[in-house]
Design a protein around this ligand. Structure first.
Ligand code: ADE
Length: 262
């Protein structure tokens, strides 16, 4: 996959993508990142990329022309069709389903705004979609772009060593049949030592009984989702065995009785 980043700080996003899983994806040629700086396309001695907003008010607005020239250059650098994504708190929220959709594309351009905004005419005519990484305001789109790059890179085939590890993440559908599946948080994980002053590893994980281990993990995932993100849990949509697992999880906490119908 090819990702082009239009930003006043393209090296920032590139640096974020230089380590770990994303770095490995780049090394293996599974992901290529290309930065385009609007300042390189700005005119005049000062290479202006922004100006004061019409109508007054604080801050500066990014100019149309340097951004448009950067986008044109990015588009022309590769013949494959490309989608321009603008990172903004006004965009659609980034979810794992959206990440999967983006990860399936051959290429995309991420447009990062700075300052107080970008001239609306550029956004209205040059941008295909707007994405937000959460209901808070960053000082620019670069961190959001780095989030998108990371999330998308780790889903590229061949990036993760264990093919299973992406599928078992929080937010990945856990219904083996795939689509759409319940979205659950991840179960807890443990490694050596078995006994530690901070606690012991749950014995089931050392039992060697793979069915029991899978059952325990599923129950933990259900229980955690119920406790921490009940908004993700469509209890009515759970299978009967899942409802029974969740019910016994709740019972083990002593909060409610066993309301399993199975
Ligand atoms: N730019 C500034 N804040 C942002 C956010 N929350 N998501 C995406 N882009 C942003």
């Amino acid at each position: 996959m090819r990702i082009d980043i239009v930003s006043l700080f393209p090296e920032f996003v590139a640096q974020c993508a230089a380590f770990g899983v994303v770095g490995r994806a780049a090394e293996r040629g599974l992901l290529s990142l290309h930065g385009w700086n609007p300042r390189d396309y700005a005119e005049g001695n000062y290479r202006r990329v922004d100006d004061r907003p019409f109508g007054g008010g604080p801050g500066m607005v990014m100019l149309v022309d340097p951004l448009r020239a950067s986008l044109d250059a990015a588009r022309a650098a590769d013949p494959r069709p490309v989608c321009v994504v603008y990172l903004t708190p006004q965009g659609v929220p980034l979810t794992q389903a959206k990440v999967r959709e983006l990860a399936a594309r051959e290429r995309m351009v991420l447009l990062c705004g700075r300052y107080e905004g970008v001239d609306e005419r550029l956004l209205a005519t040059q941008v295909d979609e707007e994405i937000s990484i959460g209901d808070y305001v960053l000082s620019g789109g670069e961190l959001a772009a780095a989030v998108v790059v990371d999330a998308v890179a780790r889903l590229q085939a061949g990036v993760l060593n264990d093919a299973d590890s992406a599928e078992q993440d929080s937010f990945e559908p856990v219904d083996p049949a795939g689509d759409p599946g319940q979205l659950l948080l991840d179960c807890p994980h443990y490694t050596r030592p078995v006994s530690h002053e901070l606690g012991d590893v749950p014995p089931v994980l050392m039992s060697g009984n793979h069915a029991e281990i899978a059952r325990w993990r599923r129950q933990q995932a259900l229980g955690r989702t119920w406790q921490r993100r009940p908004d993700l849990l469509d209890e009515a949509g759970l299978s009967k065995p899942d409802r029974a697992l969740l019910s016994s999880y709740r019972a083990s906490l002593g909060t409610v009785g066993d309301d399993s119908d199975g």
